[in-house]
Write a protein that binds this ligand. Structure first.
Ligand code: DOR
Ligand code: ZN
Ligand code: ZN
Length: 392
């Protein structure tokens, strides 16, 4: 097969550390099959499927099911995330070991909700994770400070009469877990960093030699709380869209490596859960199919990173952090490679109805993005070309 690739950029296949595929439990929003198609269209060859399914992925029964579904669909490597687990009692930590040793070889864990809120449990989980050589991802939300919150606590929320989620709810957990990781000699990964303060705390922790890594979502790079004027539930997400100064700090942090990578936090919700008044909507946005375009717009177009930088933040770093041996590195001669072919100068307009996800609501509706994925190859096999997904 010949893919016309003149004028394109060849990148290592993208790795998404943070995808909600909703299966099992909310197949009206996404399934492993539909989410895998969205991933292939977005240029991804590996995704980590978050644990807050129904039932929660806190047993190998669930993680093995998600893994097997991903294998059966065959469009992207689906790596299930295991829950550090419900109630997080000591005995349940053992289930982490079972999941890590299972056929799915779970290497990334989070809480079921997905914040590990209790510091004692986080401490024990970090110690256990170090022993298992797996990574814990932290959603970084102090629930006592976010009860009832729907929007970033600031002037916009005050004016619109929306209950606010303070920066401290995120930042207090980031610094807490940096210190717990230091003491445990363990690694910790911060999900969806969203404030300028979080950036400074991660910078500090890295300077101390703490094994902390962090991701930023496309929506926190692009969007801020000015969008909430419309009261449109499409813009509700956790952590909330912050202020413009935060988006600037996050872009700079991604450019200089304080924030390691981009992760989508692709979080599909059915229409009835999103197309409603802001405070009633469920938090979460689609992300897999628009991530590359948003990164091109927010990072490449203003000259903050070049295409080599895109390879770093969307493939090399997440592959290193999660320990994927066949992603994000130079290809050997004769190897069946994981590749993403990007057209850097092909603007396209986002239409939710054209996306592969079951949910079709997107915060980028009608927005024109500057770059698109031409083709995706998983171990040498074309999984998507010009938006057309190739099932095996
Ligand atoms: O916006 C979000 N959606 N944030 C989360 O933390 C969870 C996610 C979801 O599962 O819908
Ligand atoms: Zn989260
Ligand atoms: Zn999430």
């Amino acid at each position: 097969e010949v893919i016309e690739a003149a004028g394109t950029v060849l990148l290592p296949g993208f790795v998404d550390m943070h995808t909600h595929l909703r299966e099992p439990g909310r197949e009206d929003a996404e399934t492993v099959r539909s989410g895998s198609a969205a991933a292939a269209r977005g240029g991804y060859t590996a995704v980590f499927a978050m644990a807050n399914t129904e039932p929660v992925a806190d047993t190998a029964v669930v993680t093995d099911h998600v893994y097997a579904q991903g294998q059966a669909v065959g469009l992207v490597d689906v790596h299930p995330v295991g829950a550090v687990t419900k109630g997080l009692a000591g005995a349940e930590l053992a289930e982490m070991g079972v999941m890590a040793a299972s056929s799915a070889a779970v290497r990334l864990f989070s809480d079921d909700g997905h914040c590990v809120a209790d510091p004692l449990i986080m401490r024990r989980a970090l110690e256990y994770a170090r022993g298992l050589d797996v990574l814990i991802a932290q959603h970084a939300e102090e629930p006592r400070l976010t009860e009832g919150a729907v929007a970033h606590e600031g002037p916009t929320a005050a004016r619109l009469g929306l209950a606010g989620w303070p920066r401290a709810a995120e930042e207090s957990i980031v610094i807490r877990d940096a210190l717990l990781a230091r003491d445990a000699g363990a690694r910790v990964h911060i999900c969806h960093a969203s404030t300028a303060g979080t950036v400074e705390l991660i910078r500090w922790a890295k300077d101390q030699g703490i094994a902390i890594t962090a991701e930023v979502t496309p929506h926190h790079l692009m969007l801020d709380d000015a969008r909430l004027e419309s009261y449109d539930g499409i813009f509700r997400v956790n952590p909330p869209l912050r202020e413009e100064s935060d988006t600037r700090a996050l872009r700079a942090a991604l450019a200089d490596g304080v924030v390691d990578c981009v992760a989508t936090d692709h979080a599909p919700h059915a229409a009835q859960d999103k197309c409603c008044e802001f405070s009633q909507a469920r938090p979460g946005m689609l992300g897999l199919e628009t991530a590359l375009g948003v990164v091109a717009q927010t990072m490449v177009a203003p000259g903050l990173i070049d295409w080599r930088g895109v390879a770093d933040v969307m493939s090399v770093r997440p592959a290193q952090i999660t320990g994927l041996p066949d992603h994000g590195r130079p290809i050997e001669v004769g190897e069946t490679a994981n590749l993403t072919v990007v057209d850097p100068d092909s603007a396209w307009t986002v239409r939710g109805a054209e996306l592969a996800s079951i949910a079709d609501n997107t915060p980028y509706e009608d927005l024109t993005l500057p770059a698109r994925v031409r083709a995706t190859l998983l171990r040498g096999r074309v999984t998507c070309v010009d938006g057309k997904v190739r099932a095996r």
